[in-house]
Design a protein around this ligand. Structure first.
Ligand code: PEP
Ligand code: MN
Length: 337
C-alpha cells in the first residue's frame, strides 16, 4: 500500500496515520522525494483501504501488490516526464534522442559530434568518461578532465550531457557537469550506488543488468525512487542469451511490458542491444514502434577508429538517416493514437 501525505502535514497528524498503520499490522517506511511525501506500507492483512483514505492528512492511497511500488503503474497511472530544462523533456509525447561516442576521447571528437547533433536537432549527447571495461588493460576513460571538456563544449552549444557514473564517490564530483547520470548494466544492482543516486536531485537513466529480469530492473528503480529521486528513466540494452550471432539479444518484449508495468520513461539502447552497426537502425525503429520513449545510440566521426565499441558505432551519415526515420516513425505513431 502507498499513502501520499498532504503537503505541510503536522508531525502530530503524521504520527496518528503511522499508528493507525501499525495498528492494522503494517510496517511503514517514509519516503520524501522532490515531488511528495509518501508512506510505503508493507503487510499481509486484508482490511478496508477506505479506513486509511479517510484519515486526516492523507491525500491519496492505493493498494500496490508488486514488489516495486512507487515506480509501478498501479500507483501512478499517468506517465512520468523528466524536464531537463531549456525545453528538453524526456517522456511520453516527446521522442528523446541521445547520441554520442561510447567513450569521450578528445576535444576534436567531441566538437565534431556536437556539430553533428546541432545540425540534426539532437539535444542530448552521450559519452563515457569512466568506462567499465572487461579487460583492465583496455582504455578506461578520460575521467574528470574529459568530463570538464565535454561539459564546456556542450554548454557552449546548448547540448545536455548523459554519462555513466560507476561509484558513489563520483556522484558528487560529476554533479555540476552532467544532466543525466547513467547507471550501466554492470551496476544495475549496485544497491549502494542506487541508494546514493536517490539522494541527488538530478535525472538518472538506469540500465537493465546483462542477465537482469524486468522485475529486478523495476526493483532497482524502486531503490532510487524510494531514496527520494523521482527523475528516473529506464533503459533496455539487451541481455545475454545463448545466441552468439550478435553481442546481446535486444529484448524488444521488454519495451511494451515495461511501459505497462511502470510510469517511468523507457529508453532503448540498440547499440549495446545488438552490438553490430548494420542492425542498429532496424532495432532502433523496432523499439520506437514498440513504444520506447527514446533511443540512446553510439555514434562517432570515424567509427572504425573509436577506442571502444567501434563495431556497434554509427557514422554521421548513418545516424542522420536514423534520426530522421525515428522522428517520422514517432510522429506517425502519435498521429495514429
Ligand atoms: C555504455 O553505454 O557505453 C555502456 C557501457 O553500456 P552498458 O552498461 O549497457 O554495457
Ligand atoms: Mn559502449
Amino acid at each position: 500500500m502507498i499513502i501520499q501525505l498532504e503537503e505541510k502535514l503536522s508531525d502530530k497528524k503524521k504520527e496518528d496515520i503511522q499508528s493507525k498503520i501499525k495498528g492494522i499490522g503494517y510496517q511503514a517506511t517514509e519516503v520524501k522525494t522532490q515531488k511528495a511525501n509518501y508512506l510505503v506500507c508493507i503487510g499481509k492483512k486484508e482490511f478496508d483501504i477506505r479506513l486509511i483514505g479517510s484519515l486526516d492528512g492523507v491525500s491519496d492511497v492505493h493498494r500496490v501488490s508488486d514488489s516495486y511500488k512507487l515506480v509501478s503503474r498501479k500507483w501512478k497511472v499517468e506517465p512520468s516526464r523528466i524536464d531537463l530544462g531549456d525545453g528538453v523533456i524526456v517522456g511520453e509525447g516527446n521522442l528523446a534522442l541521445m547520441a554520442g561516442p561510447c567513450s569521450i576521447e578528445s576535444e576534436e571528437q567531441v566538437r565534431k559530434v556536437i556539430e553533428h547533433l546541432v545540425a540534426t536537432g539532437v539535444k542530448i549527447m552521450r559519452g563515457g568518461v569512466y568506462k567499465p571495461r572487461s579487460s583492465p588493460y583496455a582504455f578506461r576513460g578520460m575521467g574528470m578532465e574529459g568530463l570538464k571538456m565535454f561539459n564546456r563544449l556542450c554548454r557552449e552549444n546548448g547540448i545536455k550531457i548523459i554519462t555513466e557514473v560507476m561509484q558513489v564517490s563520483q556522484i558528487e564530483e560529476m554533479r555540476d557537469y552532467i544532466d543525466i547520470y547513467q547507471v550501466g548494466a554492470r551496476n544495475s544492482q549496485n544497491f549502494n550506488l542506487l541508494d546514493a543516486l536517490g539522494a541527488v536531485d538530478k535525472p538518472v537513466l538506469l540500465k537493465r543488468g546483462m542477465s537482469g529480469t524486468i522485475d529486478e530492473l523495476l526493483q532497482s528503480a524502486e531503490y532510487i525512487f524510494s531514496h527520494g529521486n523521482e527523475k528516473l528513466m529506464l533503459c533496455e540494452r539487451g541481455i545475454r542469451t545463448y545466441e552468439n550471432a550478435y553481442r546481446n539479444t535486444f529484448d524488444l518484449n521488454a519495451i511494451p511490458v515495461l511501459k505497462e508495468k511502470t510510469h517511468l520513461p523507457v529508453i532503448a539502447d540498440p547499440s549495446h542491444g545488438i552490438g553490430l552497426r548494420d542492425y542498429v537502425s532496424a532495432i532502433s525503429l523496432g523499439a520506437v514502434m514498440a513504444g520506447a520513449d527514446g533511443i540512446i545510440v553510439e555514434i562517432h566521426p570515424d567509427p572504425h577508429a573509436a577506442i571502444s565499441d567501434a563495431e556497434q558505432t554509427l557514422n554521421f551519415g548513418e545516424s542522420a538517416a536514423l534520426f530522421s526515420k525515428l522522428k517520422s516513425t514517432y510522429d506517425f505513431l502519435h498521429k495514429l493514437n
